[in-house]
Write a protein that binds this ligand. Structure first.
Ligand code: GTP
Length: 211
């Protein structure tokens, strides 16, 4: 029997870190150097044929970086089941803002069982030099454990590095949470298996993926 899921996923992080570019690369396979700030929120939909009997509709919410200083995020975050938090490896201030974005997320939305929504950290623009962040990147495993991220990936929207892998990691974690939530009430739950094929390069860690 065919299973369908609709997952609302937030893409958040400071101004200009590459949120829109990551979504455009993932959904439309395009990249542009041209920067146009997102105002408020934008949306994109990606349909994934996850396996032979599972279709996933990913509703990606591209939230403007400037919203960190606004009050709208509570409205945007409602009913989200996962998040990508993005920083720019060329600007340390965008990494310093990551715990603020994570706090914002965790205080404004939780899963139906009260647990935090799974979040994956993206170190974007990995095609550029890491400037002030060269000492932090090797410590991202520890940073993720301390800040409650399920995994992290060095990504490049420009070169299409690790974006599919990062989103697959997030979806695997969302599915795991869903299974746990359903199996609490339904002992006949079917276990889903993810697709782990990847050609992506770059450093990464995902708690739901085989090591
Ligand atoms: N070199 C490089 N540039 C990138 C990458 N991703 C995004 N950019 C550039 O960074 C700039 C900002 O990208 P956006 O995707 O608009 O950033 P954003 O996070 O959506 O910005 P806001 O909507 O203002 O929050 C653009 O000029 C992009 O071309 C990347 O992986 N590598």
């Amino acid at each position: 029997m065919q299973q369908e899921h609709l997952f609302k996923v937030l893409v958040i992080g400071d101004l200009g870190v590459g949120k829109t570019s990551i979504i455009k690369r993932y959904v439309h396979q395009i990249f542009s150097q041209h920067y146009r700030a997102t105002i408020g929120v934008d949306f994109a939909l990606k349909v994934l044929n996850w396996d032979n009997h599972t279709v996933i509709r990913l509703q990606l919410w591209d939230i403007a970086g400037q919203e960190r200083y606004g009050n709208m995020t509570r409205v945007y975050y409602r009913e989200a089941v996962g998040a990508l938090i993005v920083f720019d490896v060329t600007r340390a201030s965008t990494f310093d803002a990551v715990p603020k974005w994570k706090d914002d997320l965790d205080t404004k939305v939780t899963l139906s069982n009260g647990k935090p929504v799974p979040a994956v950290l993206l170190a974007n623009k990995s095609d550029q030099s890491r400037d002030g962040l060269s000492t932090q990147i090797p410590k991202l495993d520890t940073f993720c454990k301390e800040n409650g991220f399920v995994g992290w990936f060095e990504t490049s929207a420009k070169e299409n590095t690790n974006i599919e892998a990062a989103i697959r990691c997030l979806v695997e974690n969302i599915l795991t949470h869903e299974e746990n939530a359903v199996s609490d009430s339904d002992p006949d739950t079917v276990t889903l298996s993810g697709n782990n094929n990847t050609k992506d390069r770059g450093k990464a860690r995902c708690s739901a993926c085989p090591k």
